[in-house]
Design a protein around this ligand. Structure first.
Ligand SMILES: C[S@@+](CC[C@H](N)C(=O)[O-])C[C@H]1O[C@@H](n2cnc3c(N)ncnc32)[C@H](O)[C@@H]1O
Length: 281
């Protein structure tokens, strides 16, 4: 039940939707406190690959960064959100000094960041690449990653598998209604969402509603905008940036990707240059 969207409005919503949801790390951490399987997967990946250092894109408030550093890895954590970086720095300040010194925080954008040195492993956990809204943005990001990978290095990330029924939901109805206690205000609050889907640009313009449970006081609406990647398209986009998909999973338990999977979990490497073949006459 998609409705026609004004392209100028979409542009505005896209920018706000890559920032608003990350303004307050305390709220973010509370909302995703039960999301653990992906953290375990990235920790297992690091145990398998034994990287000397890890480059983490869109590290946010450190949901994955901190466990990796506790496991003994050096992590360079890149993000651009002042709120999330404040949350990350606050968490680092509470760590034992030996763990804290393994984390380097870099304020930077996914498309232009610079991190010191080369990395055997780079990661982008929890839909980070869904904040790259055009082919050019994804390409720029993947090329920055490739530039920072050591020879034989890998880039692992996860994005959602587009769910056609979810994308076509009624944009006026409220979905996923749940009651929770706001960790900042302490007030009982109803959480709900809905979205418009821009099927041309493959962008979901999500609205998250926070309504006071007692009906008193204003509601808050937070924008969250996600680029949707279809699997074959994603593989082609990775190849376009000079990388190749070497492993692909459909969950955080190393299971295969299938049609009703929630996430696409990919491991990529820089593609070897193709040997030039002489044209046959
Ligand atoms: C869904 S959160 C994931 C955070 C963390 N990886 C985790 O697993 O909790 C997405 C993160 O990407 C960051 N982000 C979004 N767009 C970005 C951009 N263009 N450059 C740098 N960071 C960006 C946000 O600030 C946010 O911290």
């Amino acid at each position: 039940m998609a409705r026609k969207l004004d392209p100028r409005l979409v542009e505005e919503l896209v920018d706000a939707g890559s920032r608003e949801h990350y303004a307050d790390a305390a709220v973010y951490d509370h909302e995703y406190r039960r999301r653990r399987a992906d953290v375990t997967w990235y920790r297992e990946l690091a145990q398998r690959r034994k990287p000397t250092r890890i480059l983490e894109l869109g590290a946010g408030s450190g949901r994955v960064t901190i466990p990796l550093a506790r496991d003994g890895h050096e992590v360079v954590a890149v993000d651009r959100s002042p709120g999330m970086l404040a949350g990350l720095r606050a968490r680092i300040a509470k760590l034992p000094p030996a763990v804290a010194k393994r984390i380097t925080v870099v304020e930077g954008d996914l498309c232009t960041f610079r991190a010191p040195g080369k990395f055997p492993l780079a990661i982008a956990a929890f839909n980070v690449l869904e904040h790259l809204y055009t082919r050019g943005e994804l390409d720029a990001c993947l090329r920055r990653v490739a530039h920072h990978l050591a020879p034989g290095g890998a880039f692992a990330f996860d994005v959602q598998l587009p769910d056609l029924r979810w994308l076509m939901r009624d944009p006026d109805k409220r979905w996923a209604k749940t009651r929770f206690t706001d960790p900042v205000t302490g007030r009982a609050t109803y959480y709900s969402t809905n979205h418009d889907y821009d099927a041309v640009n493959q962008i979901a313009l999500i609205r998250i509603y926070y309504d006071p449970a007692d009906g008193k006081g204003p509601s808050k609406i937070v924008k969250l905008t996600q680029r949707k990647y279809f699997p074959a398209e994603l593989e082609a986009l990775v190849a376009h940036a000079g990388m190749r998909v070497t492993e692909r999973y459909g969950d955080f338990f190393w299971g295969p990707l299938h049609g009703s999977a929630e996430s696409q979990v990919l491991v990529c490497e820089v593609a070897k240059p193709r040997r030039k073949t002489r044209p046959r006459h």
